[in-house]
Design a protein. Structure first.
Length: 682
């Protein structure tokens, strides 16, 4: 299976090592919500308030950390993975610097776990699993009932979950440092970057084998790529000769001695300013004003007035009045200069369109300016997080290509990431990636915009009747209508809903309508698409219900069923009768086990059914690429390698269209009828 870095599931639940008879080993709430240790300003429990700056070196712990962190006691267990989630939430909103304390708390909590106790419990768990396997074989030979066999299988599932829990406890010191390192390297300043590299080295020293793990290398490469993008952006913004203030010799994120203080470091900067202020005063003193007053003081001026009486005869030849006619010639030359000034006035009426008119106001977006496009100018790129100012923050946006089409329009292609995550463990931030295209004419007029989210995004839009929240938006297409001089926008949602809007050139929304709130599942004459029409046959799955969704009934949740290792389900029912099942689980396709991480494939998906159990839409995303077989035209199976995403939606006529995306970005389109018959594959 893909690496299980999370200790708790999304509902805040967890498994401990209590016997199965006690609530089946499931503790509904492991954490008691107590304050972090550094906020407990008391000595009664052996802890003190942490200093403002502290180091991440786990080799020199003081006596405050002697008390072990017992994971078998839910009331006192300080979960390091909970600190990691809190740290990511702060880092996503306020930057990496704000998450330093939470990452330090995660490392401290992980280091306080008694690894000797973990090793003993893992040995006991292995023996219990071996005993369970033996009892299962004996029960099969002795003709045990189905209920007895199922009880033994359930016990095996419980032991496997305990095994994963113990492995998380074993790897907690490594994972805590790796999480902090990836965040500091990806989003931190220069000083945090150095701290992150030190933490990464500590993690590799604790467990050198993790360096060979594919997921570890992928997250490490992503962190360094984000750092390189930010550095390239900083070099682009500042001129080559720019010299910042000298860096401080000490790192504020490490412990400082009593003699180490920042004021002495600022003193060499202060004396540099007075000479800079004296320099501009010196040139003001050089032009001595009393010197020109000296020639004015002598009384020889009246004599000078008498002497020029003779040169009065010279004044007529000196009069340049005869030169005034040539001064009249330049005005004769000015009229021909005016016509060229009139020529550029002809193209001036076509002014470039100001895309800021489509920019969001707080968390309220224009239909023609969705998140990822509305807050940025055409061609704008940035490698560090851009503040959404009340709306969605954009982690980064880069220009994939820039070209000119046959009409002379400039076509910008972007890809980027929106910071909408709600949990971050070992670099798995859950943010929404996007691809977009923007077309601008030669005169600067916005012609077309297309935004596609990798998954879906919920945000508020402006309408002609006030703000409105649109959920699960997947694609937005905006085109300039030359006849009406308005932007026509179509918003497509992953649940099948479609909205259309019109926006004038001033940014005002003049029309907003719901074209389709659901896929007409209750309309008369629409074909019934019962989920039974899309069942699998062996390892050949229907594209409407690929493995992870298919292989089990809608809403099923549980342990191993020969196809799935496990699946968690969350069900919600909407006002129109539709039922949404959200899944999270693991496909049984392992080929080996390394560091507690077998080769199984994790997945996240959902399917929506109407009140009559008819399929409306489905979506699934795999944690790693997977080779799959699907039903094709005429019922013949066909294969697609390295599948990472499958999306299905029902059209207005009741038929369906699915898209299958592989790891290289290639997309297959498959169309089929409501009865499951595939009509087209391309």
């Amino acid at each position: 299976m893909a690496p299980q870095f999370e200790l708790i599931d999304p509902r805040g639940q967890n498994y401990d090592l209590q016997p199965p008879v006690s609530n089946n080993g499931l503790v509904t709430q492991v954490f008691d919500g107590r304050q972090p240790l550094w906020e407990r300003n008391t000595r009664t429990v052996g802890y003190e308030t942490q200093p403002q700056y502290f180091q991440f070196d786990g080799s020199s712990r003081d006596s405050r950390l002697d008390k072990p962190n017992d994971y078998r006691n839910p009331q006192t267990f300080d979960n390091p993975y909970l600190h990691l989630q809190n740290a990511h939430a702060k880092a996503s909103k306020y930057g990496a610097e704000s998450a330093v304390r939470d990452y330090q708390s995660a490392i401290i909590a992980a280091d306080r776990i008694d690894q000797r106790q973990v090793a003993r419990d893992m040995q006991n768990n292995e023996r219990a699993i071996e005993d369970n396997v033996a009892r299962l074989l004996r029960s099969g030979r002795m003709g045990a009932s189905r209920e007895q066999i199922q009880a033994i299988k359930d016990e095996r599932d419980e032991l496997e979950r305990e095994k994963q829990f113990l492995d998380n406890m074993r790897m907690a010191p490594t994972y805590a440092r790796a999480n902090a390192a990836f965040c500091f390297i990806s989003k931190g300043n220069d000083q945090l970057f150095r701290v992150g590299e030190n933490l990464l080295n500590e993690a590799l020293q604790l467990n050198p084998e993790i360096e060979g793990n594919y997921y570890f290398k992928e997250h490490r490469d992503r962190a360094y790529n984000n750092h390189n993008r930010r550095m390239a952006e900083a070099q682009r913004r500042y001129p080559p000769g720019y010299q910042p203030l000298p860096a401080q010799s000490s790192n504020p994120y490490e412990l400082q001695g009593t003699n180490d203080s920042q004021p002495p470091q600022r003193q060499p900067v202060i004396p540099q300013r007075p000479p800079e202020r004296q320099n501009p005063q010196n040139p003001q003193r050089r032009p001595e004003r009393p010197n020109p007053q000296i020639p004015k003081s002598p009384p020889e001026q009246p004599d000078l007035r008498k002497t020029p009486e003779k040169p009065n005869t010279q004044t007529p030849p000196e009069q340049p009045r005869t030169q005034r006619p040539p001064e009249q010639n330049p005005p004769a030359q000015r009229p021909p200069e005016r016509p060229p000034a009139n020529n550029p006035e002809t193209p001036q009426p076509v002014k470039p369109f100001n895309t800021a008119l489509l920019a969001p106001t707080g968390d309220l977006y224009s239909p023609a300016g969705p998140p990822g496009l509305g807050e940025s100018a055409p061609g704008e790129t940035f490698s560090s997080e851009k503040d959404g100012k009340g709306g969605w923050d954009i982690d980064w946006r880069e220009l994939s290509s820039k070209k000119t089409d046959a009409q002379g329009n400039t076509v910008y292609s972007y890809k980027g990431e929106i910071d909408d995550s709600n949990g971050w463990v070992l670099g798995l931030d859950g943010d929404t990636n996007f691809t977009a295209e923007e077309v601008v004419s030669a005169s600067g007029q916005l012609v077309r915009r297309v935004m596609t989210y990798d998954g879906s995004l919920t945000y508020k839009v402006k309408t002609d009747n006030g703000p409105r929240e649109i959920k699960d938006v997947h694609k937005i297409t905006t085109t300039l209508d030359e006849t009406t001089k308005k932007f026509a926008t179509e918003i497509e949602c992953s649940d099948g809903a479609i909205y259309k809007a019109e926006t004038d050139l001033t940014g005002k929304v003049t029309k907003f309508t719901e074209v389709q709130t659901k896929v007409n599942s209750e309309a008369p004459g629409v074909k019934q698409a019962n989920v039974g029409n899309f069942s699998n046959s062996g390892d050949v799955y229907h594209v409407a219900r690929p493995i992870g969704i298919g292989g089990a009934a809608p809403g099923w949740a549980g342990g191993d069923n020969d196809v799935l290792d496990y699946r968690k389900t969350q069900m919600t029912r909407s006002s129109n009768g539709n039922v949404t099942y959200k899944y999270e689980g693991e496909v049984e396709d392992s080929s080996g086990w390394t560091l507690g991480m077998n080769g199984d494939t994790n997945f996240e998906g959902q399917e929506i059914l109407d009140g009559n159990n008819n399929l409306v839409s489905s979506f699934i995303k795999y944690g790693s690429a997977k080779d799959m077989k699907f039903v094709g035209v005429g019922g013949q199976p066909f294969s697609i390698s390295n599948v990472v995403e499958v999306r299905t939606g029902r059209e207005a006529d009741g038929n369906f269209t699915s898209t299958v995306k592989d790891s290289k970005g290639t997309v297959w389109t498959i169309k089929f009828n409501a009865d499951g018959t595939v009509t087209e594959v391309k």
